[in-house]
Design a protein around this ligand. Structure first.
Ligand SMILES: C[S@@+](CC[C@H](N)C(=O)[O-])C[C@H]1O[C@@H](n2cnc3c(N)ncnc32)[C@H](O)[C@@H]1O
Length: 394
């Protein structure tokens, strides 16, 4: 049991977290006593063999019992909830493949491999035999994906780096939120402060430094994107924006389907959201203490979809559609997928219904999660955005 949180953590897990903590202390020491939060988040999540995504914890719950009180893992994502999510996405992927005349799908950050499995299954049913590539930064998750996707050998392959050129459909579900973000705070004298981490010999502590001296891009972005509200804290995900701009250099023809929790800029930097959106997830509990049990918990920030749209335009791509997850799934054919419930027993039907409710309910994932498509030489309107396209809100 972890004393401060009453989150039950095994002795092995505590020992692992201590190793991650020692590694983070070393990074801070090597950098002269302070690192920006983005670096902290990067190491805590991705340090080889240590970080949350790079070591062997369960992380994503396997097809959790949605009706149970204590599912395994730390959080659930849409593909983990029900196959109907991937089966529905397949209709949108198929439309992009038809428009580009290709059979290429490239998934970033495939987690357990569940979405790949469901997309491959549904596309197969549609008579589309795709070449499915995965780019996954976590060696641990890559091993899990290889196990799950063994039956698709020959159709699935893994990349170590993004391709030099790609035509087809790119998919990234909950990947932008897992990219390390910069944290900033407006000081009382209207300066943008970069939030960073120091070690006081006993624990990690927040320490803010004027961003103009060390992180000019952050200072300029914060000043351009929101009014100076003294004490206001939030995030800017420069890495996610760079990832999108870079996509514009190698996506020669096609579109990327980006699904994540987030908002347009005016909602992201709403005056009432003065503590930002950074969240940690452990054993299905959410909190905002990034320094708790390093390596044992996920750390995420919400997505500023206006920044993603701007980055797409800067990368020479178009924004092809933007809407809520609920609207996207309904447009893309989720209601038709429910026919698959026939033949399930009563418990399975209740499970699937509960999962679908979670996907589309405004109080759950339906409204907080958004879907954006960006790309090149693809003609809207696209299936998933046929009704309720909110590009005007960005
Ligand atoms: C929250 S998990 C989502 C997993 C999966 N897409 C799902 O929906 O279940 C984030 C995933 O993104 C991966 N990831 C993070 N940054 C990445 C990057 N720059 N390129 C590829 N994968 C990345 C992580 O290793 C992890 O697999």
């Amino acid at each position: 049991m972890h004393a401060e949180t009453s989150i039950p953590v095994s002795a092995d897990a505590v020992a692992h977290s201590q190793r991650v903590s020692a590694f983070l202390q070393l990074q801070i020491e090597n950098a002269g006593g302070w690192i920006p939060f983005s670096q902290w988040m990067h190491h805590a999540l991705y340090a080889p063999g240590l970080g949350y995504y790079a070591a062997g914890s369960t992380k994503l719950a396997e097809r959790p019992d949605v009706l149970a009180r204590a599912p395994a893992g730390d959080f659930v994502t849409a593909p983990q909830l029900t196959s109907l999510f991937g089966y529905t996405l397949a209709n949108q992927v198929a439309e992009i493949l038809r428009q580009t005349g290709t059979l290429n799908v490239l998934e970033f950050g495939a987690g357990s491999g569940a979405l790949a499995q469901d997309l491959l299954t549904a596309l197969d049913t549609l008579g589309i035999r795709v070449q499915y590539q995965i780019l996954e930064v976590s060696a641990d998750l890559k091993a899990r994906q290889k196990q799950l996707l063994a039956p698709w050998q020959g159709q699935v392959s893994w990349l170590d780096d993004r391709p030099a050129a790609f035509a087809g459909c790119v998919v990234a579900n909950e990947v932008l939120d897992a990219m390390p973000a910069e944290l900033f705070a407006w000081s009382h004298d209207h300066q943008v402060m970069q939030r960073g981490v120091r070690w006081d010999g006993r624990q990690f502590q927040w320490q803010d430094r004027p961003a103009a001296q060390v992180a000019l891009a952050l200072a300029q972005a914060a000043a351009a994107r929101m009014p100076a509200l003294p004490g206001y804290q939030s995030e800017i995900n420069l890495q996610a924006e760079a990832w999108v701009r870079d996509l514009g250099t190698w996506l020669t023809h096609g579109a990327a389907l980006l699904i994540d929790y987030g908002f347009p800029r005016h909602e992201f930097y709403h005056p009432q959201r003065h503590r930002g959106t950074m969240m940690c997830h452990i054993q299905h509990r959410a909190h905002d203490d990034a320094f708790l049990v390093p390596g044992l918990q996920d750390i995420t920030t919400h997505v500023d979809f206006t920044a993603i749209a701007d980055a797409a335009l800067a990368g020479g791509m178009n924004v092809l559609g933007y809407t809520s997850q609920a609207r996207f799934l309904i447009n893309a054919g989720l209601p038709g997928q429910l026919e698959r419930l026939t033949g399930q027993d009563a418990r399975q039907t209740a499970q699937t219904q509960a999962a679908v409710h979670k996907l589309v309910s405004e109080a759950e994932m339906g409204e907080l999660f958004k879907v954006m498509m960006i790309g090149r030489d693809v003609d809207p309107p696209l299936l998933g955005f046929a009704q309720g396209d909110r590009r005007g809100s960005l």
